[in-house]
Design a protein around this ligand. Structure first.
Ligand code: DAH
Length: 342
């Protein structure tokens, strides 16, 4: 765009070189170069005002155009074929400006959760997205044809590798990795976060891909009271309020005894609301005392050491906290959904 008026031309030149980021672009609407021109319109004689005002308006339209171009729906980029073989000689794909991105709500929440556990002395480990039968079942005390295997129906590769249905697949590795802590007189304490997969019929509450956080604590004289206290302290810190917790008996092959763990509803303080289905309690996760066979399998003597473990979904915590009704939003790539959390 060429401007006839010298002042408008100078202002346009100034403004064009002025921004890097989207915030700067948006701020340009209130740039001193523009406001000075507007101020000037007011002081002009009616004859001059018409043509000058027209030019200033054209510049304003140009500026609006830059801002609009930075809005995702109008940003056109050639599609990236993710299935194409990687060619190091091809030019780099044109990506959207990074300032338009935002953290995924699952990841920002996970960071807060891990931060609390790290402050409580837990190591943070990431789980794998492809595993084997040994870590998925055998190391966790699932007998070969035990029906509990059916509760973890997930996806297999042609080679027989497993997309893990829970983060418990990491227990054996983490116990072995930190075993030396025990010899040094310290406990094993770790949280393991990661993506897990299940062969589910999808609906608002069920996704084939979601996130879990596993916790492990092994030492001398560790009991279920330690488990309850650890989870209670975490949840009170996370929700920033005093909470009640309770358990009921459950079954997992890798814990004995096994529990289902519930907390008093932090949203209605047990009065009853739609988040806790008017029961005042939220059943949050599975947990228990680590089965002696699981410890043995990692080379830890269950006669000397005991420990507790838990595993629970992260998606649900984030949904409850933010009033998200459909779990499928998380992996939808729907920018309107994601931008609410930016
Ligand atoms: N892995 C279980 C599941 O996804 C949850 C679980 C239960 C994890 C008990 C544990 C545990 O570590 O001790 O259903």
């Amino acid at each position: 765009m060429r401007y006839d008026n010298e002042q408008v031309r100078a202002a346009a030149e100034q403004l064009r070189g002025k921004f890097e980021s989207l915030e700067e672009k948006q701020a340009i609407r209130r740039a001193p170069e523009l406001t000075a021109l507007y101020e000037q319109i007011k002081t002009m004689s009616p004859e001059k005002r018409a043509s000058f005002g027209k030019e200033v308006n054209a510049l304003k339209d140009e500026v609006e155009g830059w801002i609009k171009d930075h809005n995702l729906p109008t940003l056109k980029r050639p599609a990236i074929d993710v299935t194409a073989p990687l060619d190091f000689n091809s030019s780099k794909p044109e990506l959207l400006p990074t300032e338009l991105g935002s953290r995924h709500p699952l990841m920002s929440e996970l960071e807060k959760i891990i931060d609390i556990f790290v402050r409580m002395g837990f190591a943070a480990v990431e789980s794998r997205q492809l595993d084997d039968d040994y870590h998925m079942f055998t190391s966790l005390n699932f007998a070969q044809d035990h029906p509990a295997r059916d509760d973890y129906d997930t996806f297999l590769t042609h080679e027989g590798l497993i997309a893990p249905a829970h983060t418990s697949t990491m227990q054996n590795r983490v116990l072995k990795q930190y075993k030396s802590n025990l010899q040094a007189g310290r406990a094993i304490s770790a949280v393991i976060a990661g993506r897990v997969f299940r062969n589910e019929d999808l609906d608002a509450r069920h996704e084939h891909t979601f996130y879990q956080l596993e916790g492990l604590y092994v030492g001398k004289d560790i009991n279920a009271g330690n488990l309850m206290a650890t989870l209670k302290i975490f949840l009170e810190e996370y929700y920033g309020q005093a909470l009640e917790v309770k358990t009921q008996p459950f079954y997992f092959p890798f814990t004995e005894p096994s529990f289902e763990f519930a907390l008093s509803c932090p949203f209605c303080k047990k009065k009853g609301c739609n988040i806790c289905s008017y029961s005042g309690w939220i059943e949050l996760l599975g947990c228990g005392m680590i089965h002696p066979n699981v410890l043995k399998e990692a080379g830890i003597d269950p006669a000397v050491y005991t420990g507790f473990a838990w595993g629970g979904g992260i998606d649900r915590l984030v949904m409850m906290k933010n009033g998200i009704e459909d779990v499928r939003n998380f992996h939808s790539g729907n920018l309107n959904f994601l931008r609410q959390f930016s």
